[in-house]
Design a binder for this molecule. Structure first.
Ligand SMILES: Nc1ncnc2c1ncn2[C@@H]1O[C@H](COP(=O)(O)OP(=O)(O)OP(=O)(O)O)[C@@H](O)[C@H]1O
Ligand SMILES: [Mg+2]
Length: 602
């Protein structure tokens, strides 16, 4: 229960709903007991066994009882038994209506807690997902995170309800019923009290054995979601390679494992209810046997009282059963909490420093000094020394996998260097505020990432309050204006999930427009024009060249012609800088660059 308890503070803002919930539940319990208590006069009237005289009333409940019996008495003598019965039945109905009314009110006031806890947790999880460094997600599956945000949260919602019932409703119900039982017949009740602990011990033992398999089932659900996500995302490729059957096969295998696992989980959890019922019935039988003997030997404890006693006793069984179910849910909730806490408590190394250097002007340069970096096991960059002077364009070229994107990833601190340092105007970027550091740069990545929002909002991502005029201007510069204008709703058109409705080149131009609108001092362009045809590439390149002219730019390109006019070209090879210089100097040096250049028909 340790993990689950850690989430309890989430219930705190809703303590007033809990108070109301308890209050209404108490009322519901009172009416439930009253409605059962009314069985006694009903039976007495039917059996024509109405007591003529009652003992002097001593306390409140007795007074009510005496008054009530006087009413019945009056009717029995005045009219007929039927009239008296009618009166009692009306009371029974009224009591039941009130009981259910208050039960509903209790549920009504607790809804904000149920949904509020999950809302707050979901918000915090989403916030945490946004805050965590990219490195956190590279060794985790998307589906796993999604399942933590959905089914694990559902589990917590259940548990929250269970906890409240476990702490307040069921014990009160049990105690109140026991109180009535004691009042009715102390001897019989003491006997029952000896039996109950035995039953509850067995029930909790059942619950405990359910813990393990439910945890792995949750984890497995995450894997399934990941697979479905992969299928939907990779549909085009799966179809093109006729790989549907293979994909279906691996999916159904995983699905089948989940099926078997869930069968085990359900069979175990379903055992709790029949087991406790059978147990309850056995206890009941013993009570009837023992109670029957008391009835036969005690004149004041008649058949009506005994029947009512049994009915009251039966009130204990549902809450006891739900206590046993609650323990099962709580154990599942603990597993779910652990998975949620794993995300919430994940350590985030990439955070603002305690005493940030601010502001950093960025007038001189960005400098890599002896930078060593890897994503996990081995290093990907081995001792990079690189200077990007302010106002200049530096190009990174090299074979696929040589580490170009990795270098670009380090500047906005998507990842931190393992050794060495990156400085802006001599200030280590780890000494800067993240927002300030990232505010310096506009990034157009290898993949154009668009969000399910309007075209306008997608372009204005880095400048949310930009006017329509500014957004249109940025789109024009990125050569995106024309195709946007042709969309049915223009800039207000909604880009479908992941921009599937747009071509690769169109998406790329939108993300270029996004960087242009932000107008940052530093542009990072990672293959920004790779998805464009030659014609639009030239146009967009022209626009980018104009944009880069009076600002700093780090440009990554495979097509060397797009970077030939860069102030500095850096050739990377397997995480090391092979050579650097201007286009002319590298050509005349006759190294790797000149080889690549002639290969590309330069
Ligand atoms: N998220 C990641 N996790 C682990 N390894 C990674 C990750 N991203 C890249 N790598 C590895 O780092 C190395 C350099 O990758 P990088 O993406 O920097 O290459 P690149 O020069 O940009 O290549 P390309 O031209 O294909 O984009 C590669 O060997 C790659 O396998
Ligand atoms: Mg790359």
């Amino acid at each position: 229960m340790r993990s689950y308890k850690k989430l309890w503070p989430y219930a705190k803002p809703y303590s007033s709903s809990v108070a109301l919930h308890i209050f209404f539940n108490l009322l519901a319990i009172v009416f439930a007991l009253v409605s059962i208590g009314l069985v006694v006069p009903v039976l007495q009237i039917i059996f024509e066994n109405t007591p003529k005289e009652l003992a002097e009333p001593t306390w409140f409940v007795d007074r009510v009882k005496v008054w009530f019996y006087a009413q019945i008495q009056e009717r029995v003598s005045e009219t007929s038994q039927g009239g008296a019965l009618f009166l009692v039945v009306v009371f029974v109905i009224v009591a039941f209506v009130f009981k259910n009314f208050f039960r509903y009110l209790a549920m009504y006031v607790i809804a904000p807690l149920r949904n509020g806890i999950t809302r707050d947790l979901r918000n915090d999880l989403h916030k945490k997902v946004l805050a965590l460094p990219l490195g956190y997600f590279s060794d985790r599956k998307k589906g796993d995170i999604i399942s933590r945000l959905t089914s694990d949260l559902k589990e917590i919602e259940w548990a929250a309800m269970m906890t409240i019932e476990l702490l307040f409703r069921e014990p009160i119900m049990i105690l109140a019923s026991l109180g009535v039982l004691l009042y009715m017949n102390a001897k019989l009740t003491l006997f029952v009290l000896v039996m109950l602990p035995v039953a509850s011990f067995i029930i909790t033992r059942v619950g405990r054995s359910l813990k393990k398999s439910s945890k792995s089932a949750q984890e497995f659900m995450g894997e399934l979601i990941a697979r479905i996500d992969e299928t939907v995302g990779g549909l085009r490729i799966l179809k093109a390679f006729n790989a549907e059957d293979h994909k279906q096969k691996t999916f159904s295998q995983a699905n089948n494992r989940y099926y078997q696992m869930m069968n085990r989980v359900l069979r175990r959890s379903d055992m709790a209810s029949p087991l406790s019922e059978a147990l309850g019935a056995s206890i009941m039988a013993v009570v009837i046997w023992f109670g029957g003997q008391i009835v036969m030997s005690t004149p004041s404890f008649g058949a009506e009282q005994f029947i009512a006693y049994i009915l009251f006793f039966y009130q204990i069984i549902p809450p006891a059963k739900s206590l046993s179910r609650a323990s099962f849910h709580l154990q599942r909730a603990d597993a779910a909490s652990r998975r949620i806490l794993e995300v919430l408590e994940a350590k985030n190394d990439i955070v603002d420093p305690e005493t940030p250097v601010s502001p950093v002007a960025f007038e001189r340069d960005i400098r890599f000094s002896k930078v060593v970096f890897g994503y996990g096991d081995g290093a990907v960059l081995h001792g990079i020394d690189l200077q990007i002077p302010a106002g200049k364009t530096v190009a990174l070229v090299g074979l696929s996998g040589s580490g170009k994107t990795s270098i670009a990833n380090l500047i906005p601190r998507f990842y931190d260097v393992d050794r060495g340092e990156i400085t802006i105007d001599g200030v280590d970027i780890r000494q800067m505020k993240l927002k300030e550091l990232r505010g310096l740069m506009g990034i157009v990545g290898q993949e154009a990432i668009l969000f399910n929002d309007t075209v306008h909002a997608n372009i204005a991502l880095g400048k949310p309050n930009a006017s329509r005029g500014e957004v249109e201007e940025a789109a024009r510069v990125a050569h995106a204006y024309d195709f946007i204008a042709e969309l049915p709703e223009g800039f207000d058109a909604n880009i479908g999930d992941l921009g599937m409705k747009l071509s690769g080149g169109q998406r790329q131009r939108l993300s270029i427009a996004r960087a242009i609108l932000k107008n940052p001092p530093l542009l990072i362009l990672d293959e920004a024009t790779s998805a464009l045809d030659t014609e639009s590439e030239r146009l967009v390149q022209d626009a980018l060249n104009a944009l880069m002219k009076d600002r700093t730019a780090l440009v990554i390109a495979h097509r060397l012609s797009t970077v030939r006019f860069a102030d500095l070209i850096v050739v990377l090879d397997q995480g090391r800088i092979l050579e650097q210089g201007t286009h002319e100097s590298l050509i005349s040096a006759g190294g790797q660059y000149s080889k690549l250049w002639s290969l590309q028909g330069g």
